[in-house]
Design a protein around this ligand. Structure first.
Ligand code: NOJ
Length: 588
């Protein structure tokens, strides 16, 4: 490993500044609890495991933890199917454990953002159990029920109310004989969609959110929140490779989405002192729409998760391909979001989360340039305008997992896709598996690699999903005390954001927009100008210095030890990334 920096001091105990919009200078760390740390030896991560490892996160300089769902759940989709919004699943611990986590985090100056999954519940939630029982039950119209298509018998193939496919394969409708009707499930049949047009549904959700904030949590990451308002006509969608219709134009930005989120703002956040971090997950959103949600004057959310850069490496069968995104495409997309959200909106910045393959394998070179590509990609992301998110293990450069067989996978989306593609559509299993290896969500879900010990130090028992064999060399124990590690580099990037107002507030301007492999930009705030240059390629890249803004430039941070301080090089080596400040003293 190598790494060189000039004047960025190491991570410090960090308390997020109080007051409105504190999240603009924050860095968030996502914990996926199943895979983070197992304290009780059952092979599944839990809340006490998180408490035991808080110093790993605080040591990076993190301000906020986003915790993926820990609520009661049958775990059909690893907790994104909730059967009780106000209790903790025994797999993860108890409400008392969560209270202890909040205290331990607040003591360290970190805030807790909970996952809010309210587009759907579990089919084992009491609301759905009652709703499915009869068309006259108390909760009868809390979900999206429709009669069979005219001309078809109830439950007959083709009788589904429209042609939409589910994100987890198959139809998005399931027949319920007790009602003689179908219910909509955009995800698994065990995740029925709530009907947000029903005011009782909204009141119940807002009440639940208020109780969590009263308990001490500091905000919400809102699961597929742009899906909560559906076009009530539920029109058919365009048929795609699976044979089902794509319904997203009819539910990804529905007619009442802004009304619902404005009401949430009024009912949950408006009357509380201080600001909460709210981030809406929004597949299929555009910069124009994201700006409406995050406008600092009129928006309803602090920021959104957009997916444009995550969708660049798809193919005819959606995401399931080994395709790689090109640097010009990535650069064009990310810089467009920077420019279009501008100073009125706010970006969230991410490469990884529990649904995405590992960035160093996906956009980097985990075989030949593991350290350099992980740190170059981190530099490109963290110097942008917005709030950066670090997904557990990203700060160690964790990679995709080389699972050999479909039997190694656990994720419902992956397993359903394999069955659908191979069994129903007759595709070549080897090709399907290659796409899964590249893109399965399980790449992000293998156990956190704490050490070279058995099960990577994650658990004393066999984990619920296989450990990546590279944990013998790639683990936290080998990195946290080494300033030249990937973990050490993330600490410096995060410290840079905390220390340089231009990283938080500066204007963004793209450089070298024709270059085949270099991503470069400046961030300017008054007289302060920072310049980031990164070669996102395993080959050296030539720089035309006449196309760069005039210096003098002082080096602030670099991921190579041979970086010649203060000189903008004519050639950037493979995955070479550097950050410069114009004029002044570098303190190097
Ligand atoms: C998005 C979440 O991130 C993903 O993990 C989940 O499967 C779906 N929403 C459904 O809740």
């Amino acid at each position: 490993m190598n790494g060189a920096d000039a004047d960025v001091s190491p991570a410090r105990p960090h308390a997020a500044p109080p007051g409105a919009e504190w999240w603009r200078s924050a860095v968030v760390y996502q914990v996926y609890p199943r895979s983070f740390a197992d304290s009780n030896g059952d092979g599944v991560g839990d809340l006490r495991g998180i408490i035991e490892h808080l110093d790993h996160i605080a040591g990076l300089g993190i301000d906020v933890i986003w915790l993926s769902p820990v609520y009661r759940s049958p775990q059909d989709d690893n907790g994104y199917d909730i059967s009780d919004y106000e209790d903790i699943d025994p797999t993860f611990g108890t409400l008392a454990d969560l209270d202890d986590l909040i205290v331990a985090m607040h003591e360290r100056g970190m805030k807790l953002v909970m996952d809010l999954v309210v587009n759907h519940t579990s089919d084992e939630h009491p609301w759905f159990i009652d709703s499915a029982a009869s068309p006259t039950s108390e909760h009868a119209d809390w979900y999206i029920w429709r009669d069979p298509k005219p001309g078809f018998g109830p439950g007959e193939p083709g009788a589904e109310p429209n042609n939409w496919g589910s994100f987890f394969s198959g139809s998005a409708w399931r027949f319920e004989p007790r009602r003689g009707q179908y219910y909509l499930h955009l995800f698994s049949p065990k995740q029925p969609d709530l009907d947000w047009d029903n005011p009782h549904v909204r009141a119940a959700i807002f009440g639940m959110m208020n109780r969590w904030l009263d308990r001490g949590v500091d905000g919400f990451r809102m699961d597929v929140i742009n899906f909560i308002s559906k076009d009530p006509d539920l029109p058919d969608g365009e048929v795609v490779s699976t044979g089902f219709g794509d319904g997203t134009p009819h539910f990804a930005y529905g007619p009442r989405i802004h009304d619902h989120l404005s009401e949430m703002q009024r009912e949950v956040f408006a009357h509380r002192p201080g600001a909460y971090l709210t981030v809406g997950e929004m597949p299929s959103t555009t910069p124009e729409r994201a700006l409406r949600f995050t406008d600092s004057e009129t928006g309803q959310l602090a920021m959104v998760f957009q997916f444009e850069h995550m969708d660049l490496d798809g193919g005819p069968d959606g995401k399931w391909t080994e395709n790689r995104a090109t640097v010009p495409d990535l650069r064009a997309s990310l810089s467009r979001w920077q420019l279009e959200l501008g100073s009125r909106g706010w970006n969230s910045l991410y490469w990884n989360n529990h649904d995405q393959p590992r960035v160093v394998s996906r956009f980097g070179d985990d075989e030949h340039h593991w350290f350099a590509s992980a740190t170059a990609l981190a530099t490109v992301l963290h110097l942008q305008r917005g709030t950066p998110y670090v997904y557990q293990g990203e700060e160690l450069g964790m990679t995709n997992v080389p699972f050999e067989s479909i039997d190694d996978y656990r994720d419902i989306e992956t397993l359903n896709h394999y069955a659908d593609a191979v069994t129903r559509r007759g595709l070549d299993p080897a090709v399907v598996l290659a796409g899964i290896r590249a893109k399965s969500r399980d790449n992000a879900r293998t156990p956190m690699q704490w050490s070279a010990a058995d099960h990577a130090g994650f658990s004393s028992a066999e984990p619920w999903i296989g450990v990546n064999p590279n944990h013998l060399a790639l683990n936290a124990a080998a990195q946290v005390d080494d300033p030249a590690s990937i973990y050490g580099y993330y600490r410096r990037l995060i410290a840079l954001r905390h220390e340089e107002p231009s990283v938080v507030h500066g204007d963004f301007a793209l450089l070298l927009d024709e270059h085949p492999t270099v991503f470069g930009y400046t961030r300017s705030l008054g007289d302060e100008v920072l310049m980031m240059l990164a070669n996102l390629s395993s080959d050296a890249a030539t720089l035309d210095s006449s196309a760069l803004p005039p210096g003098p430039w002082r080096l602030l941070l670099a991921n190579t030890t041979d970086a010649d301080v203060d000189t903008v090089p004519a050639i950037l080596g493979p995955w070479d990334a550097r950050v410069f400040r114009r004029g002044g003293t570098s303190g190097a």
